[in-house]
Write a protein that binds this ligand. Sequence first.
Ligand code: SIN
Length: 513
Amino acid sequence: MSLDVHDIAGAPVVIGAGIAGLMTALFLAPEPVVLVCNTPLGTGACSELAQGGLAASLGEDDDPGFHLCDTLAAGDGLCDEATVRRVVRAAPEAVKTLERFGVAFDRYPDGALRLGLEAAHSQRRIVHAAGDATGRELVRALIAAVRRTASITILENMEARRLIVDDGSIIAVVAAGRARAIALPTRRAVLASGGMGGLFCDTTNPPGSCGHGLALAAWAGAEFADLEFVQFHPTALDGPCRPMPLVSEAVRGEGAVLIDERGQRFLAETPGGELASRDVVARAVWHQLAVGRRVFLDARQCLGPRFDKRFPRIAELCRGAGIDPATDPIPVRPAAHYHMGGIAVDAAGRSSVDGLWACGEVACTGLHGANRLASNSLTEAAVTASWVAESVAGASHTRRRRKCSTLVPPRPDASGIRPVVSAALGIIRDGETMREAVATLLPIATHNSAGSGPALVSLMIAIAALRREESRGAHCRSDFPGRDADARTSRLTRHSAMQAAAALSCRAPIGST
Ligand code: SIN
């Protein structure tokens, strides 16, 4: 089915209603904009699950220069320094902007912002809201602001299923809901559709976060960067719940320690201990689990009865699993959490496809490199949304009169490929398992089925991971445990680039041993 929507024709279309999408739409006001959200607004986005907050150098002893150094160190040689510099400088102002949009950040009785500490930050610089419900508060305030903004047309329960490209430029977005499908003619589309953790069995992401925006961009011919870098959060609550509830790094920031079932602290000798960078801690937890131990986060000493007040949401999640964090160690395991790679974008968020921008987790700006510093993602979304909006507003969008009739692809479903992705692209990877995954994913990716988008995204990640024959940041290969010295210095080999066509034409993949 196909239908042209004339009354909003030509307006930019923002796909996704997490922090990045909501803020892009707000920054575009008063220009009319269409906001497409595949669930009711306020549900289904990763942003609302965020416990950690926004990293910004707001402390008295802090400085954007320190934030820059911490981000570069975590990124393990792959950050784009110019991007990091711009983002960390803009971060304090982004916090103020969010307050203007109605977000209430946590403050001390004297009015000063309460700044938390998370892994690999040299300073307390994380602003939170409602203790550990930062994402929920941000989304609440931004949705209220969006609903007050008459120039934003909200299409809820509508999923973008295809970007129509003509002569290398975006000309429409096809979106489908339960009862109808529509083609939105536009020359400006912004993907703000979040990440791909839902491609893994163990993830903190909602099930809808299965890389759909990456698939849309891939079919449109966009270029990608650093797809192999997937971040695993070390401390998701170990249990049957999916998405797995997070036990925020801020709990370790308050002094909680990781122990095995014998009560032994296995990170005591590691530089940084429990607050070493996330990849280091996730691998340490994984190694314990791999030798058959159980892992717990122990906050009994550092927080004890204060846990509920400081982390009310986590306390509630623990209690739902029969655990009292004041008196019980919390069982944890790593879970897919964040994608550092994504659609390659320039400083204004423009992709390689004319008329397509990307913002938030789906984009690769170069801020995170090989490993994201905790709480830099909400900061990135808030900061870059304004750059994207400015670029979209200034772009030429003369309409082409063209009927956009198209078949609507099926609703994406990642359930069939999760076991393959989890086995091949997890915390420790090896060439043989990844080559097998490529062989399994390739035929699924080339069929027009519900699994083809998730399979295409997974295929591209697997190929990027196969090509990176080294271990760096979150990408760890048992068959290439060391660093590739060239990758540090050579601009050409530092960042991995990819297009769907290259992935789909890959028959005998990459460096068979
Ligand atoms: C956390 O609260 O541990 C997660 C924060 C983040 O992913 O940045």
